[in-house]
Design a protein around this ligand. Structure first.
Ligand code: C2O
Ligand code: CU
Length: 497
């Protein structure tokens, strides 16, 4: 009997020791640090500008093919990936304010997906959310008029429950908007030369070089990769030939937040956030971007030098299993021996009309907790509320989940941050935004105005842009209605329009 007890105790102790070792290994592996360890031996890929045709009524038409392929991501074997008009990521769409656009998107991946135009002001039925599924081999043809100022937007799938996996396999691209006001500013704007798309994504691979989306059971954010791809290039470098270079940064990750800085902590000018130009440049030496956020920065280089864009530990957060103490070397910049001179960034960039907090039709609260918003999980057939065309609203958004990272993204509109925990936003968050980082315990007060496109039956989404959270149900739906109208109902069988 004693022997049995001793043996049982032994097994128990081994189990504890084994469990402890496993926990220790998980904890150790969750901290990634690639600083100084990246070779920077591949030229940065520049996504091509999507070709387009202009049809008889002046509509700019883009042809997109959502497809499967294999991509050399620096592994022993080609990696099976998805892409748009290519094997990984998609071309950069580009259109000008006032232009009519139509996208003809054909789905060739063998399963239903969607394409959502993140940051775009457009009719809900064209938005590419979970109600606009593109079935296999079908072509979806959304069309709208660009009614917003110059900005760096992006596009990605947005189907209910599987957005993270479709984005992680490679479906994403930039959508750059131009306008005459921005075009008149003395800013770097030669695409791929002094105006660089910089889509940053973390990625994890298995031993065969295939994308691995398995995640640590301790990671509430889902998969956090231990390598960085920029525009799909591992270990990228880029040669620049001008003193000033504009970078259009997109955090295209599914769950990881980046804290961008340069290896010598040089300052750069932040000129634009999600929805377009700031009133004036904001000089910074680091900039945190949650998944889905964009920023345009202008950085200056000296002839012949090299500098590395990095991502540092997050500010004010230490949750290792959320990636907060990970560091990455992201992109090496190699400046030519002779650089063409560039002017300083103009001190005035754009006029931003401040929305008036005393003139709002509604104030709403959103509590993000436990994969739900205000205690409710996403339900495709439930419209959470209706906003009225021609009115402004204030949304109080709080993360009551403690140490869990959340973010908040609203479709259809660009908003302004009124305050963060009662304090006015810092200058770098004072422009137009569509996505915010939402650390535990903080309340952001957002103000937004609803214009155009009333449709009581087709909703827009609001959600956490940590894609695992979105997929798990941290998302809701609102409609925009005419004054006096109320929300209709969603026909959830009706996928196409
Ligand atoms: Cu970038 Cu609702 O999405
Ligand atoms: Cu979240």
């Amino acid at each position: 009997m004693k022997k049995v007890i001793v043996a049982a105790l032994g097994v128990f102790l081994i189990a504890i020791a084994g469990g402890g070792t496993w926990l220790f290994l998980e904890f150790r592996a969750a901290k990634v640090d690639t600083v100084g360890k990246v070779d920077f031996d591949r030229p940065l890929a520049i996504p091509p500008i999507a070709s387009s045709t202009v049809d008889s009524d002046g509509t700019r038409v883009f042809d997109l093919s959502i497809q499967k392929g294999t991509t050399d991501l620096g592994k022993s074997h080609p990696t099976r990936t998805w892409g748009i008009n290519g094997s990984f990521l998609g071309p950069t769409l580009r259109a000008t304010q006032g232009e009519k656009v139509r996208i003809e998107a054909t789905n060739k991946v063998g399963q239903a997906t969607t394409l959502h135009w993140h940051g775009m002001h457009l009719p809900a039925v064209m938005d590419g959310g979970p109600h606009q599924m593109i079935e296999p081999d079908a072509t979806w043809k959304p069309h709208w008029t660009i009614k917003q100022p110059a900005a760096t937007l992006w596009y990605h799938p947005h189907l209910h429950g599987e957005t993270a996996s479709h984005v992680y396999r490679g479906l994403a691209g930039l959508f750059i908007l131009d306008d005459p006001q921005e075009a008149g500013l003395d800013l770097p704007r030669t695409y791929g030369v002094d105006d660089l798309p910089v889509i940053v994504q973390d990625k994890k691979f298995d031993g065969d070089g295939q994308i691995d989306d398995g995640h640590s059971i301790f990671s509430n954010l889902g998969v956090l990769g231990d390598e960085i791809l920029v525009n799909g290039t591992p270990g990228p470098y880029v040669e620049v030939t001008t003193e000033a270079v504009r970078m259009r940064l997109l955090n295209g990750s599914v769950g990881r937040t980046f804290n961008f800085t340069f290896d010598d902590a040089r300052r750069f000018d932040l000129i634009a956030t999600d929805g377009g130009l700031l009133e004036g440049p904001v000089s910074m030496d680091r900039l945190q971007l949650a998944p889905g956020e964009r920023a345009e920065i202008v950085v200056r280089f000296a002839p012949g030098e090299q500098a590395v864009l990095r991502s540092e530990k997050l500010d004010g957060d230490t949750n290792r299993f959320s990636g907060s103490d990970s560091r990455f070397d992201v992109l090496q910049v190699r400046a030519a021996e002779a650089l063409s001179p560039s002017r300083r960034v103009p001190s005035t960039l754009a006029a931003i009309d401040r929305l008036d907090p005393d003139d709002v039709a509604e104030t709403r609260s959103f509590d993000l907790q436990n994969f739900a918003i205000n205690g409710r999980e996403m339900d495709m057939s439930r419209i959470d509320f209706a906003a009225t065309v021609g009115t402004s609203e204030i949304w109080d958004v709080t993360n009551t989940d403690g140490g869990v990272h959340h973010s908040f993204h609203v479709h259809d509109v660009q908003f302004q941050i009124l305050d963060i925990d009662g304090e006015p936003p810092p200058p770098h968050l004072a422009g137009w935004k569509d996505t915010i980082w939402l650390p535990g315990g903080e309340t952001y007060r957002l103000i937004m105005r609803f214009e155009d496109y009333a449709d009581p039956d087709m909703p827009y989404m609001f959600h956490c842009h940590m894609l695992r959270h979105e997929d798990q149900g941290m998302m809701g739906q609102f409609v925009v209605v005419e004054p006096g109208q109320s929300a209709g109902s969603i026909d959830t069988d009706h996928h196409d329009h």
